[in-house]
Write a protein that binds this ligand. Structure first.
Ligand SMILES: NC(=O)c1ccc[n+]([C@@H]2O[C@H](COP(=O)([O-])OP(=O)(O)OC[C@H]3O[C@@H](n4cnc5c(N)ncnc54)[C@H](O)[C@@H]3O)[C@@H](O)[C@H]2O)c1
Length: 256
């Protein structure tokens, strides 16, 4: 029987806000395979939620990390290093844009709104990877979360599409840079899943319905399916894969 055994491996998973978070789905799969889980969370406001979830996986460590602040990143990684010298897996599952920039005209996006969305949702992958790489001396695997708006025009997705296009380019560029270190970098382009962030996209419910009608599987993907795809991309099961965007979208992306 084929088994994935990640015991002794360490995974840092960012972006758990609540039980619906895609990051939580990936963390659960990693934990089920035996990995030690380290969660980074955005700030005090969601700490209670994250604590409750962390308690479901005994031994899980937690660190506050607001990716817009370098001091917060520094402190977070100092704390991670106190718990483990080595990381094997890193999940980047972080995005944010102001509400007004996810509705209305794309060309009305403010300079500040543009900077904030790109800073939190794209630059943070570089800022965190900078801390991660020295902790992966024997190689490792990094996964981030994208959406089809990186490649296509999607109503209301606006500046978040710009951020996701950046994230996919960064995936390729980092894969090139880190390949010689044995570090693979990929992203998942997930179909819509009802999470806190997704509910911020105007018309999200009609997007879910549209996928159900159009996707080859005639349904939406589940949070768990995103989790198991994360497990696949993080582990040796996908050993030869790097720089890729894997669509986990019930096939929607292949249909005209
Ligand atoms: N849910 C979907 O339909 C869907 C589809 C494709 C891609 N994604 C992507 O998946 C990722 C996770 O989103 P989700 O849907 O699980 O929603 P979510 O709201 O559960 O996760 C978003 C996370 O970003 C974190 N975050 C925001 N600002 C931050 C900051 N300054 N510092 C640190 N963390 C910060 C939030 O705390 C939250 O944990 C995002 O990149 C999102 O764009 C989601």
């Amino acid at each position: 029987m084929y088994q994935i055994d990640l015991s002794g491996k360490h995974a840092l998973v960012s972006g758990v806000a609540n039980k619906r978070s895609l990051a939580w789905a990936i963390a659960q799969e990693l934990a089920a395979a035996g990995a030690q889980i380290h969660l980074s969370y955005a700030g005090e406001r969601i700490k209670g939620n994250v604590e409750k979830l962390a308690a479901e996986i005994p031994g899980t460590e937690m660190y506050e990390c607001d990716v817009t602040r370098d001091e917060s990143l520094e402190t977070c990684f100092q704390q991670v290093k106190e718990k483990t010298e080595r990381l094997d897996f890193f999940v980047h599952s972080i995005a944010f844009a102001q509400k007004e920039d996810l509705e209305g005209k794309f060309f009305d996006t403010s300079r500040d709104g543009f900077h904030l969305a790109l800073d939190v949702s794209a630059y943070s992958l570089l800022a965190m990877t900078r801390h991660i790489v020295p902790m992966m001396p024997e190689g490792g695997s990094i996964v981030s979360m994208s959406y089809i708006a990186a490649q296509r025009a999607v109503p209301a997705y606006n500046v978040m599409g710009t951020a996701k296009a950046g994230l996919e380019q960064m995936t390729r560029q980092l894969a090139w840079e880190l390949g010689p270190e044995g570090i693979r970098v990929n992203c998942i382009s997930a179909g819509p899943v009802n999470t806190l962030s997704a509910r911020g996209i105007s018309g999200f419910t009609s997007i879910l319905k549209h996928y159900e009608e159009r996707a080859p599987l005639r349904r939406n993907v589940t949070q768990k399916e995103v989790g198991t795809s994360g497990l696949f991309l993080l582990t040796d099961l996908s050993g030869g894969v790097t720089g890729q965007t894997l669509y986990v979208d019930a096939g929607y992306s292949v249909v005209l």
